[in-house]
Design a protein around this ligand. Sequence first.
Ligand code: PLP
Length: 405
Amino acid sequence: MRPIQKSNKLADVCYDIRGPVLEKSKQMEDEGHKITKLNIGNLAVFGFDPPDEIVQDMILNLHNSAGYTDSKGLFAPRKAVMHYTQSKNVAGVGIDDIYLGNGASELIVMAVNALLNTGDEVLVPAPDYPLWTAAVSLSGGTPKHYICDEQSDWYPDIEDIRSKITSNTRAIVVINPNNPTGALYPVEVLQQIVEVARQHQLIIFADEIYDKVLYDEAQHTSIASLADDVLCITMNGLSKNYRSCGYRSGWMVVSGEKKHAKDYIEGLNMLASMRLCANVPGQFAIQTALGGYQSIQDLVKPGGRLLKQRDLAYQLLTDIPGISCVKPKAALYMFPRLDPKIYPIVDDQQFAYELLEEAKVLIVQGTGFNWIAPDHFRVVFLPNSDDMTEAFGRIARFLEGYRKR
Ligand code: PLP
């Protein structure tokens, strides 16, 4: 029989966060091994429960959730998103500019698909949250990676951005707060990106899903609030800020220069209609979450569990010889560097396999985030302090063995 092959559209599509190393980890679990999973920002499975109010309201609203809704979503949660967006100083946003989705993920794929023709280019950060690169490739576009500079707290390198612009460049992706680096961009950096977008008529795709997971009293600025005259598509949702990844509840806001984007917006509406609507219990959760007490603050303030774990993870990792790391200002991740002189890694997926096999810890290799060299990896700091100390101890022992090879 003729082999059944995946489509050519998938040839350049990659999503290593759930790639072959995870498959290996599942296999090891089936064989009875206990694996510590530092590979994804899945808060609820580490005992970071979603706010009770959200769960209760979802249960209450289940009776009203059986029908389809408008493709963009229910009015009340969209209104809550509108108010939230206004509270972040983004001007000119009405109900019609808001789309609810099955997580930000669905909306990312939709927003990119609605825009790109074959050969169009999109500036995507390196390292990135790899769904962006994957979505651009799947849409027939070409991701062009711009460097975020580890020496400058992982801020985007504006000169590198400029150097990668061609006549085919349509958009720039800005992930702030950043996954995987934990960087939080200051206003000046955002302004420079807006200036580049303005000069070259680029759309800004802003991924702000961690905008409340901020440490050390840091403040987040929505890039859309600085860009009234540039088309901005901002993604956010409940997965991280409200610890409810499983509810698949996200939103997208269209703001800025909409006058010249009527056709694109028609495309967005078409794709939103084709998937009928986002899951309705998840839509109800948005309204409750945004209207309620912002309980993530308890986790990130002094004495809060996430903050304590960030500090512990930073200490434990940077105590290992040959590891350096920019301390994250936000989000749930660290993206440490392995000094190539001490750890001459050629294939970092192989490194992740070996770490998994020997230390029983699952991490994601840096190249999985489209990083340029096999010298980084990403971990979450979500296990409780005892489990984290134990798991990072195993990583340290594995690396000690690696140094002696
Ligand atoms: N954007 C970033 C930067 C993420 O890290 C993630 C998930 O880890 C997502 C988007 C996807 O979020 P959602 O669960 O809303 O689909």
